[in-house]
Design a protein around this ligand. Structure first.
Ligand code: MG
Length: 347
């Protein structure tokens, strides 16, 4: 088992290894004295892992209960959050109890936000069941729901007591979900780690999943610890995302986050004037697209509604080489030019 220790406003471990889902209770008991454990998940994950997780919590002395909402990003809303909070009330959960956020990014973000606000804040444990959640959304304490005005527009910084990632669950994921997580893993390689980038490109990472996930979590940890509330260094984690979110948005979210990020990584490299061939081949090797189906002007206007925009400025993450990126704050008037270079419409 790999263990990555995180020291933010809260201090906690990310545990990564095979067979951990059946040991969630035992692991959680290392950080939290047995109490009521309110598992919040979606209907898909509840069907796959709900019983195993509740069984393991019970075996470790917790009193589990479970609530599942319909799966999909379209349910990551204030309405679902309100239902979750009312359910916690109905179950007579108190702030000294525990929320278990079980699932991919959507249940993780929503359950984390419920834990952040219920009783003005209670403890929670993250149990990611997708690769994307394991390497990204479950780490760093960002919780949120979507508003009609934009993704993740209402939320809170709230660190978990522990993150428990079962690599057997990751290995059993459908290809589509592996691909989606791969995009964020490529991102970490481009930011900080040429060896990780190569392992992703060659596919070697699949034989060392435990180590590779731990490496990704450790890279994210370093950015989060330097800048928990996302005012400076943490912005590097947006590599590929300003471009990628625009692509996702233009597709009406038919393209997945990972697909958007992959296209965004290629666009960021081109916009920075870097030779993007290596990134293109790595994305393709991971089964990810590399070309935006939308023209630069449409993408740029979608991006102007990005929450990362501060006043008339926007900060882009631009790669210079694999393992080396820089932040560049530009005037939003310059943004269409970066998009045009990103899509290759202008050299
Ligand atoms: Mg992302």
């Amino acid at each position: 088992m790999e263990r990555v220790h995180i020291k933010a406003s809260g201090e906690y471990d990310v545990l990564i290894g095979p067979g951990l889902l059946a040991r969630v209770g035992e692991m959680a008991a290392r950080a939290v004295k047995p109490c009521k454990a309110a598992v919040i998940t979606d209907d898909t994950v509840a069907g796959l892992y709900g019983n195993a997780v509740q069984h393991s919590l019970r075996a470790a002395g917790f009193s589990p209960c479970l609530w599942a909402f319909p799966h999909g990003e379209q349910h990551k809303t204030m309405d679902t959050l309100a239902q979750a909070l009312e359910w916690l009330c109905a179950m007579e959960i108190s702030r000294s109890d525990l929320v278990v956020a079980l699932g991919g990014g959507v249940p993780g973000d929503l359950a984390g936000f419920a834990a952040a606000v219920f009783g003005r804040g209670m403890r929670f444990v993250q149990v990611p069941t997708t690769l994307l959640a394991a390497v990204d959304s479950s780490v760093g304490g960002k919780t949120a729901v979507d508003l009609r005005g934009g993704k993740n527009m209402a939320g809170a910084f709230h660190q978990p007591e522990m993150v428990i990632c079962d690599t057997d669950v990751m290995a059993a994921l459908p290809d589509e979900l592996i691909r989606d997580g791969s995009a964020e893993m490529l991102k970490y390689g481009i930011l900080d780690d040429p060896a990780l980038f190569e392992a992703m490109r060659s596919g070697a990472w699949k034989n060392e999943m435990e180590k590779t996930i731990a490496r990704c979590v450790a890279i994210k940890r370093d950015y989060v610890m330097a800048d928990e509330r996302d005012m400076g260094r943490r912005q590097f984690l947006n590599l590929g995302h300003t471009f990628g979110h625009a692509v996702e948005k233009c597709s009406g979210f038919v393209l997945t986050h990972g697909q958007g990020v992959a296209i965004g990584l290629v666009m960021a490299a081109r916009a920075a004037g870097m030779d993007a061939v290596g990134i293109e081949s790595a994305c393709a090797a991971c089964g990810l697209p590399v070309t935006s189906p939308y023209p630069a002007d449409r993408l740029a206007s979608a991006a102007l509604h990005d929450k990362k925009r501060r006043g008339g400025k926007i900060t882009l993450v631009l790669p210079e080489a694999i393992g080396k990126c820089r932040l560049q704050t530009i005037d939003i008037k310059e943004l269409p030019g970066y998009f045009a270079r990103g899509t290759g419409e202008t050299p």
